[in-house]
Design a protein around this ligand. Structure first.
Ligand code: ATP
Length: 443
C-alpha cells in the first residue's frame, strides 16, 4: 500500500472511531491543534499512565506537576528567549511564511500554483531575507498588556523540574542519583505544522530529568537510552520500526544526544530524545536566580552542581506512533479486516460483551457481565448487527477481547472469549472471566 494511502486511512479511522478530531472542527479547524475523542483520550491516558507507573514506581524518581506559566526569567536562563527560534522567510508575492530550512517540503501559498514547491519561488528571488522567529507563545499576566507583564506558555516541561530541584530534593530527602518526572502540556508556535499529531502547536510531553554526579554521566546516559528504547517494546511497538540516531550537531546545552525514532508512513521521525544536558540548566538558574542549585554528598564530602540526563518523550507523538504501529489490514474470508493490535495495557477498551441474539435472557446475562467487569476495566456493550460485524467494529477500535453470551451460557454458564489478533475463541466459565481477564490484561 502506498504510504500516503496508509497515512490517510489511519487519519480517517481516527475520526470515524472517535480517536482524534480536528480542533474547533465546526469552525473549519485550528491549524496545529487536535482534540482527543472518547477512544483517543483513553489511549492517551493509558500511555501516560504506563509511563508514569514505570518511571515513578521506583524509589529514585519523584513526580511533579509544575505550572505552565512561569517567571519570564526562567526562559532567559534556559536560553529559550535567545535561542528557541527557527529561521523564517516570507514570500513577497503570496505573503506566505516558511521555515527557511524546509522549503523543499513546503508548497507555495498561491492557490494558482497548486503543487508548486516553495523552493522554486525562493530560486526566483521572491523571498525576504531569513529572520529568526521565536517559537514561544507569548501572553500577558494581569490586566495591563505591556512588556513588563509578558509571560510565555512553556515550550517544554523540563524547566519546571529544574527550578524545583532543591524543593524536591529537600522535601523527599532524595540523594543523587535521583530523578523528577513530569507529564504536561507544552506549546510551540511551530511555523509549519504537519503530519497530523507529529508536529502540533499544543502537545503533551512526558519528561524525566535524572540528576547525577558529573563523573557518572556516560554510565547513566547509556542506562536511560536502553531503558527508554525498551519501554516502547514493552508496550508492543515493533522493533524493526524503531531506531536510535545519534545527534551530530548538538543543542547549546547538550554534551551528547540521541533520538529514538519511529518509521511513520511519511518517514522516520523522533518520538523521544535522550540528552546529557550537563549542569547547563542548574548552573544557569543559579546564575539568574542567585539561588544555589547544588548538591552536597555527605559520604564523600563532595559539593557539585549535578549533571542531568534528560528523557523527553512526546505523549501525543508517541500516541501517533503506537497508533500507526498497531494498524493492520488483513484478508479474512475474502473480506478486509482492519485491526488495531494495541497492547492490552494501552488499548482504550479492554473488553466488549455481546449477547448472541436479543432474546432468551441473553441480553440480561450479558448486562450482568458488564456490571461486574466495569468496576475494574473499561468495557463496551454491543447488541446490534451480526456477531461478525460486532467483532470487526471492536477490531477497528483495538479491543483485545470480545465476550459472547450464547445459548450454551444459559445451559452451563460458559461464555466465549475471542482474542483480537489470533481471532481464536476459548470457552470458559463466566464466573472465572474476571480472573482470566485480569491475568491477560494484568490490571
Ligand atoms: P523536532 O526536532 O521534531 O522539532 P525537538 O528536537 O524540538 O523535536 P524536543 O525539544 O527534544 O523536540 O522535544 C521532546 C519531544 O517532544 C519530541 O521527541 C517530541 O516527541 C515532542 N515534541 C516536540 N515538538 C513537538 C510538536 N511540535 N508536536 C508534537 N510533539 C512534539
Amino acid at each position: 500500500m502506498k504510504t500516503k494511502d496508509l497515512f490517510d486511512k489511519i487519519v480517517s479511522l481516527c475520526k470515524r472511531r472517535g480517536f482524534i478530531f480536528q480542533s474547533s472542527e465546526i469552525y473549519g479547524g485550528l491549524n496545529g491543534c487536535y482534540d482527543y475523542g472518547p477512544l483517543g483520550v483513553e489511549l492517551l491516558r493509558n500511555i501516560k499512565e504506563a509511563w508514569w507507573r514505570d518511571l515513578t514506581l521506583r524509589e529514585d524518581i519523584e513526580g511533579l506537576d509544575s505550572s505552565i506559566l512561569m517567571h519570564p526569567r526562567v526562559w532567559e536562563a534556559s536560553g529559550h528567549v535567545e535561542n528557541f527560534t527557527d529561521p523564517m522567510v516570507d514570500c513577497k508575492e503570496c505573503k506566505a511564511r516558511f521555515k527557511a530550512d524546509s522549503l523543499e517540503d513546503s508548497e507555495c501559498g498561491n492557490k494558482a500554483y497548486k503543487g508548486r514547491k516553495a523552493i522554486k519561488c525562493f530560486q526566483e528571488g521572491k523571498f525576504t531575507e531569513a529572520r529568526n522567529f521565536n517559537l514561544m507563545f507569548k501572553t500577558f499576566i494581569g490586566p495591563v498588556e505591556d512588556s513588563s507583564s509578558v509571560v510565555y506558555l512553556r515550550p517544554e516541561t523540563a524547566q519546571g523540574i529544574y527550578v524545583n530541584f532543591t524543593n524536591v530534593k529537600d522535601s523527599m530527602r532524595q540523594k543523587i542519583p535521583f530523578g523528577i518526572a513530569q507529564i504536561g502540556k507544552a506549546f510551540r508556535n511551530e511555523i509549519n505544522t504537519k503530519n497530523f499529531l507529529f508536529r502540533t502547536r499544543e502537545f503533551e510531553q512526558m519528561e524525566m530529568q535524572y540528576f547525577i554526579n558529573p563523573a557518572e554521566d556516560e554510565k547513566w546516559f547509556e542506562y536511560w537510552k536502553e531503558q527508554r528504547f525498551n519501554w516502547y517494546l514493552k508496550y508492543g511497538m515493533r522493533k524493526d520500526k524503531m531506531r536510535i540516531t545519534v545527534h551530530e550537531k548538538l543543542a547549546h546545552y547538550a554534551k551528547s544526544a540521541i533520538d529514538i525514532e519511529y518509521e511513520f508512513p511519511f518517514g522516520w521521525g523522533e518520538i523521544e530524545g535522550i540528552h546529557n544536558r550537563t549542569d547547563f540548566d542548574l548552573r544557569r538558574h543559579f546564575e539568574f536566580s542567585g539561588k544555589k542549585l547544588e548538591y552536597f554528598d555527605e559520604a564523600t564530602k563532595e559539593r557539585y552542581i549535578p549533571y542531568v540526563i534528560e528523557t523527553s518523550a512526546g505523549a501525543s507523538r508517541g500516541l501517533m506512533a503506537f497508533l500507526m504501529d498497531a494498524y493492520y489490514e488483513e484478508e479474512v474470508n475474502n473480506e478486509l479486516r482492519v485491526v488495531l493490535k494495541f497492547h492490552p495495557a494501552i488499548a482504550p477498551i479492554k473488553a466488549a460483551v455481546f449477547p448472541l441474539v436479543n432474546r432468551d435472557n441473553m441480553p440480561e446475562v450479558a448486562r450482568n457481565i458488564i456490571e461486574d467487569l466495569k468496576k475494574h476495566i473499561r468495557v463496551f456493550y454491543d447488541d446490534s448487527g451480526a456477531i461478525g460485524r460486532r467483532y470487526r467494529r471492536q477490531d477497528e477500535c483495538g479491543t483485545p477481547y470480545c465476550i459472547t453470551v450464547d445459548s450454551d451460557t444459559l445451559k452451563d454458564g460458559t461464555i466465549t472469549i475471542r482474542e483480537r489478533d489470533s481471532m481464536l475463541q476459548e470457552r470458559v466459565n463466566k464466573d472465572n472471566l474476571l480472573n482470566i481477564l485480569k491475568e491477560k490484561i494484568s490490571f
